[in-house]
Design a protein around this ligand. Structure first.
Ligand SMILES: [Zn+2]
Ligand SMILES: [Zn+2]
Length: 336
């Protein structure tokens, strides 16, 4: 099979690999769509991953190609999305089914081979069966959509709240869409300039430039990961309001004394968020995402701004790395 295999930092090769092995309890998924996550850019170009070589790619969907055990034969041919985290099932978090905070997890596309390939091996527990009418590229958005939903739940978003999202990345914009669906009275996505206005508005959301906006929001989601955006977040939130920190830090995260005072004097509720919840067919963020995509109360049309065929994959990477044009989700299409 063809795959993009990361041999070292900056050394990604499109090459022929053996089909992944498929142990008992696992399936081979033929990849049809795989999103490039903004975390894939440092993974490939600057920071690397846990070991080399590794095939990256953790936001994907496809069709079950084969299974290891004949008991699961009925899955073959099914369209699926995939929860990419493989929990240890031994740690304290796992025992409470809070797999997103597992202390010893495996992960498809960072710790083990992922989906920038024609085939990927996946435990059957991680397969999310797709109802009719969900396209593969939409199904490949389940992971970031679940991460966005999870962030609002961590901050205990309530209907009627006045919500600001600091940051215009794909997950921030998706969080804005979820906030509206969950009954927020007002939602605004804040960027640094007008460059992202059209993209945000195409997703049905209001756009503002952060520094020109008055404070007083009930709920503010920090979706950038810089000290400046944390300062802005703490400025925008009202007394007694909710703050969720979601942006992956770009470097040291120092808090100014003025911002620290705001947490105290405004008596803020500050939460962190990580990953998303999934527990097979039990209620979770992923099941809510599947329902929302199925009834079309959440759509991905505005979120997917670029598409590349598998052979053109590196063009998508380059565009994201060089920020040549505004982008939201960059999708890659496989086995088409
Ligand atoms: Zn991701
Ligand atoms: Zn665990």
């Amino acid at each position: 099979m063809k795959a993009y295999n990361l041999h070292a930092v900056g050394d990604l090769r499109y090459e022929d690999l053996d089909m992944p092995c498929c142990p008992s309890g696992w399936a081979l998924v033929e990849v049809r769509a795989a999103g490039i996550c903004s975390s894939d850019i440092p993974r490939i170009f600057t920071k690397g991953t846990y070991h080399f070589p590794t095939v990256p790619g953790h936001e994907f969907s496809g069709v079950v190609h084969s299974v290891a055990d004949s008991l699961s034969d009925s899955l073959v041919g099914s369209p699926v999305g995939v929860f990419p985290l493989i929990p240890c099932r031994k740690c304290a978090s796992c025992k409470e089914h809070r797999y997103e905070t597992c202390s010893n997890y495996d992960y498809i596309g960072s710790r083990r081979d992922g989906a920038f390939a024609e085939y990927v091996a996946v435990p059957i527990w991680n397969l999310v069966r797709l109802p009719h009418g969900i396209s593969f590229e939409t199904a490949a958005m389940m992971e970031p959509l679940a991460v966005a939903l999870h962030s609002l739940k961590q901050g205990k978003l309530e209907s009627g709240m006045n919500v600001a999202i600091v940051g215009t990345g794909m997950i921030g914009i998706a969080a804005g869409q979820w906030a509206k669906k969950l009954g927020a009275s007002n939602v605004i996505v804040l960027g640094r300039s007008d460059a992202k206005r059209e993209m945000v508005e195409r997703c049905g959301l209001k756009y503002g430039v952060g520094t020109e906006t008055d404070g007083g929001y009930d709920f503010v989601l920090e979706a950038v990961g810089t000290p400046e955006s944390v300062d802005l977040t703490l400025e925008l939130v009202r007394s007694g309001g909710h703050v969720v920190l979601m942006g992956n830090p770009s470097g040291e995260m120092t808090l100014s004394q003025a911002s620290y005072w705001k947490i105290l004097r405004k008596q803020l509720v500050v939460s962190g968020t990580w990953n998303s919840s999934y527990d097979g067919e039990e209620p979770s963020d992923w099941m809510e995402v599947r329902t929302a995509l199925s009834d079309k109360s959440i759509t991905t049309e505005g979120l997917i701004t670029h598409r590349y065929d598998q052979a053109e994959f590196t063009k998508g990477l380059k565009m994201m790395r060089e920020h040549k044009e505004p982008f939201c989700k960059v999708m890659t299409l496989w086995n088409q």
